[in-house]
Design a protein around this ligand. Structure first.
Ligand SMILES: [Zn+2]
Length: 366
């Protein structure tokens, strides 16, 4: 790894704006770098599906031993235009009111700098595959639509989490529910007894559904409660949305059934009816603690003086879609901090260690 080049490269990345949906310029820059390093590079056409002018980048460098996929996302949240990065006392941050964009350009640069380093030193390496995805922030859209037939690796690391040393091996199933409650309109002053109050039924249901950490492995939320109408009319419609995340599918199903039961009871007590629509956002990801991939990452972290810590996260990442496509994957902490805010920063030393980790994973598997 070349520290000076790493910082220069990282700065050029964060100065190239790539807010979600506008990644094209950054994609162009990365493709040119990967091609100049000698990788084979392909792009797909999922930009339109994702509402983006960019594309996912797939790159490969053939080597010996099992292939490994290195993945990071090219988009950032807002405000991500006009980023002026500075280094102060070993910490890289933005000098203005923007984000820094270490999420996830620290992950991206770890891959390109590690590749550059391995290639210039002529080091032996495994087959290295790269997936740089677009539109991760608005809902993992690039990864969701990615063409996994272009990827041979059965193992992958996603470089998109905060604390260096953390190895996320578990992510929850995530289900979004929409409830619509139907009552009957009537004049609120002249004939309220003829109405069926959908808003009251919905409110009763919501009052009986717990939110937050509902057990040790599950979390729920309720949002978007609405019942538009006038004060002189009994509300005949109400709706609300919910999200349930659980590290176990069975538990998710139990919570979902309990939520539906709360709505059914609330409706039955006043004669209202309801409709429930479900939308699955992700399945459970679980890579066992003793999997070869995790053992290898822990050993390589140890060589760098970092203790690997296996952990789980209720948050989403592109790992969801890699796992769904049969790839054993963990999401690694890379040192970025306070992401999605103007306080976002990363230490030079964490960035360097992340590059060294990626470099050592790219070298031959044994
Ligand atoms: Zn990210």
């Amino acid at each position: 790894m070349n520290s000076e080049r790493l910082i220069e490269r990282f700065f050029s990345y964060v100065k190239t704006p790539s807010e979600s949906g506008n990644e094209a310029a950054f994609c162009e820059l990365l493709e040119a770098e990967l091609l100049s390093l000698g990788l084979s590079v392909e792009r797909d056409c999922v930009g339109e599906l994702c509402g983006s002018n960019g594309w996912n980048i797939y790159a490969r460098l053939d080597g010996t031993g099992d292939a490994m996929l290195f993945s990071a996302h090219t988009d950032t949240v807002s405000p991500g235009i006009g980023i002026q990065p500075v280094v102060e006392q070993g910490i890289i941050k933005s000098s203005g009111n923007t984000i820094l964009g270490a999420d996830d350009k620290a992950g991206v640069v770890a891959v390109t700098e590690a590749l550059n380093s391995i290639i210039e030193k002529g080091k032996p390496h495994r087959t290295i595959e790269v997936l740089f995805s677009i539109c991760e922030e608005p809902g993992l859209l690039g990864a969701k639509h990615a063409d996994f037939s272009r990827i041979r690796s059965r193992q992958a690391v996603v470089l998109d989490n905060e604390v260096l040393g953390e190895i996320i091996n578990r992510s929850p199933a995530n289900m979004v529910l929409n409830f619509k409650i139907y009552g009957k309109a009537a004049h609120a002053g002249m004939a309220p007894q003829e109405g069926i109050h959908a808003l009251k039924a919905a409110a009763n249901a919501v009052a009986n559904i717990p939110v937050g950490y509902v057990d040790e492995i599950s979390v729920m939320n309720i949002s978007n409660f609405c019942s538009p109408g006038k004060t002189n009319v009994i509300a005949d419609k109400a709706s609300f949305d919910m999200e349930i995340r659980s590290y176990e599918e069975d538990r998710l199903q139990q919570h979902m059934a309990a939520c539906e039961q709360a709505v059914r009871h609330a409706c039955e007590s006043v004669g209202a009816s309801y409709e429930m629509v479900t939308d699955r956002h992700s399945d459970v990801i679980y890579v066992p603690e003793n999997a070869a991939l995790i053992t290898e990452i822990k050993a390589k972290l140890k060589q760098l003086g970092v203790e690997g810590k296996i952990t789980k996260s209720f948050g989403g990442s592109d790992a969801t879609y890699l796992f769904a496509n049969g790839i054993e994957v963990v999401n690694l902490g890379i040192g970025m901090q306070s992401v999605h805010s103007s306080e976002e920063h990363i230490s030079v030393s964490d960035l360097e260690t992340t590059v060294r980790l990626v470099e050592s994973l790219m070298e031959s598997a044994n």
